[in-house]
Design a protein around this ligand. Structure first.
Ligand SMILES: CC[C@@H](C(=O)O)C(=O)SCCNC(=O)CCNC(=O)[C@H](O)C(C)(C)COP(=O)(O)OP(=O)(O)OC[C@H]1O[C@@H](n2cnc3c(N)ncnc32)[C@H](O)[C@@H]1OP(=O)(O)O
Ligand SMILES: [Co+2]
Length: 134
């Protein structure tokens, strides 16, 4: 079912500062910030040779990052995103196996304009997993 690692996401309390660290200290190529109110985050992508790092800052009330950053005020690894060829087939197979799909189970459009879904961290070895159809 799984393809490549699309991105590894890090939740940060200060997106400008985290972006500056990757850009100015590590000489990484970074995207412009992208506000995604439907996801409750603002995102910057750090482009690497083999994958991307997604820097995430909370946006608006009820951001899914809020509780995480309360527990981890300096930030921390938030999720890993795997590519799948058919997100609905993946969802149905995982649901049949008893995994919890977060939200109402309908894929949302992610930061790359592709459908995404999230799997509950307690069903995935304590790691929040995002699936992105490519
Ligand atoms: C930019 C768009 C898109 C993309 O295209 O890339 C994105 O990446 S959007 C990213 C942000 N969106 C999401 O994270 C959506 C899915 N997340 C959620 O629905 C929630 O964050 C959550 C995973 C259900 C957690 O909800 P929350 O209210 O924060 O906490 P809970 O109390 O319900 O947590 C239950 C349990 O899980 C532990 N937990 C929470 N977050 C994580 C995490 N990121 N990694 C590992 N474990 C996590 C939490 O600590 C609780 O455990 P216990 O304390 O042991 O009960
Ligand atoms: Co993501």
């Amino acid at each position: 079912m799984l393809g490549r690692v699309n991105h590894i996401a890090i939740a940060v309390p200060d997106l400008a500062q985290a972006t500056a660290t990757y850009r100015d200290l590590l000489n990484a190529r970074v995207s412009q910030p992208q506000a995604l109110p439907e996801h409750g985050v603002t995102v910057v992508f750090v482009e690497l040779e083999n994958t991307k790092v997604e820097l995430l800052e909370p946006l608006g009330e009820g951001s899914p990052l809020a509780a995480f950053l309360e527990k981890n005020p300096s930030g921390g690894m938030h999720h890993i995103c795997y590519e799948v060829a058919d997100i609905l087939a993946a969802r149905d197979q995982l649901q049949l196996a008893g995994m919890r799909i977060l939200g109402d189970g309908t894929p949302k459009t992610g930061a790359h304009g592709k459908p995404v879904l999230f799997l509950h961290p307690k069903d995935m070895a304590g790691t929040l997993v995002e699936l992105e159809e490519v």
